[in-house]
Write a protein that binds this ligand. Structure first.
Ligand code: ZN
Length: 147
């Protein structure tokens, strides 16, 4: 259980207790609602895209500690990034949480804390829900599910 303990102690508890960028974004140009029926996680991602760049992002919803913490860390990580950069980060993040081999160049920064999730396949969808929802928002899809 080391991986998950570490995960909880260092980041999840902190981000779950006081999530970053939490709430609605009035000036959002894109938004999507995502569900993870396996766990009951539900969140909305609000995004402001200007000239292909994320200038602001927020999320709200309710879910388990992993889904909330993942959305909190993600919203910080994607500010100022382009759509292409985000697509690449999502791919690298997905490889991280599923334990797939990673691109040697990938620099995930704070997202690395979710590497412990790869030991718990049932939680992969909790950690990646916010990314699926973000991608749906970018693609103009209003509602998405991890199923
Ligand atoms: Zn969950």
């Amino acid at each position: 259980m080391t991986g998950l303990n570490e995960l909880y102690q260092e980041v999840i508890l902190h981000h779950n207790k006081s999530p970053r960028n939490f709430g609605a974004l009035e000036s959002a140009t894109h938004r999507a609602l995502g569900h993870n029926p396996l766990c009951g996680d539900q969140l909305t991602v609000f995004l402001r895209l200007e000239n292909d760049e994320v200038t602001d992002v927020r999320f709200h919803g309710k879910g388990c500690a992993i889904s909330t913490a993942s959305a909190s860390v993600m919203t910080d990580a994607i500010k100022g990034k382009s759509k292409d950069e985000i697509k690449k980060m999502f791919k690298d993040f997905h490889n991280l949480v599923t334990g797939e081999p990673r691109d040697a160049e990938a620099d995930l920064g704070k997202l690395e804390v979710f590497s412990g999730v790869s030991e718990f396949p049932a939680r992969v969808k909790c950690a990646s829900l916010c990314w699926h929802t973000l991608q749906a928002a970018i693609d103009g899809i209003e509602e998405t599910s991890t199923e």
